[in-house]
Design a protein around this ligand. Structure first.
Ligand SMILES: [Zn+2]
Length: 231
């Protein structure tokens, strides 16, 4: 299959992230397929977020960085079709995030962890605009996911977190909850940096529980709403 051969070339380092794929005549020759097959393969990879097809002069298919947002889109379609509810998604999030926090806390490199989590320790939520707050709160969870050292757990958790944030928690105002969120993040960050794995797990479980309760306190029925498919 042409798409998987292109992926093999990306994994094999023939083309790097951010680089343009070879020209169409070059790829037709390399993969020995019809123009239709090649275009279909490129379209498939574009939909999966593996390549980014830029239009106009200097454009063409570029290798995109791995983006769990695409995994989230596909997952949200499956969750939607299965009839899964917001509560089920939140429950999954509550299972994944504490495990991740525990794993990262067990990492021995304290200095590296401190560098990553420094922005979230002594964070002053009142010194930031609302969109900055929102990004920083999300970045905290992304930072943990990136340090886990388990790529599967990282991608699965990032994807679930993405759907939770985009699909479920839209009614939770990060500005009005900024004090609760930044305090929890700070405590978790300190436990992770200090290598206190059990504490990090416990604090993360409490944090996720708090976010869930805040969400459900507005309207308990929201938990029964089906997960939507977000493109
Ligand atoms: Zn959080």
């Amino acid at each position: 299959m042409t798409a998987s051969r292109i992926v093999d070339d990306i994994i094999g380092g023939r083309v790097q992230v951010g680089e343009k794929l070879p020209t169409e005549p070059e790829m037709l020759e390399r993969y020995a397929v019809s123009r239709e097959s090649l275009r279909e393969a490129l379209r498939l990879l574009e939909i999966q977020g593996i390549i980014d097809i830029k239009r106009g002069p200097g454009g063409g298919p570029f290798v995109a960085p791995l983006n769990s947002g695409y995994l989230a889109r596909t997952s949200s379609l499956y969750f939607h079709l299965s009839g899964a509810t917001h509560m089920e998604l939140l429950q999954t999030w509550a299972i994944l995030e504490p495990s991740l926090a525990e794993l990262v806390a067990q990492k021995p490199d304290r200095r590296a962890k401190r560098a990553v989590f420094a922005p979230f320790i002594d964070y002053d939520p009142d010194a930031h605009q609302s969109d900055e707050l929102f990004a920083d709160f999300n970045n905290f969870h992304a930072a943990i996911a990136q340090l886990s050292g388990n790529r599967v757990l990282t991608l699965v958790t990032q994807s679930v977190t993405h759907i939770v944030v985009e699909n479920v928690l839209r009614s939770v105002d990060p500005v009005s909850e900024r004090s609760m969120l930044s305090h929890s993040h700070e405590d978790i960050a300190v436990a992770i940096v200090d290598g206190r794995a059990t504490k990090a797990r416990k604090l993360m479980a409490e944090h996720i529980g708090e976010v869930r309760d805040t969400y459900l306190s507005r309207s308990p029925d929201q938990g029964l709403m089906p997960v939507e498919w977000r493109l």
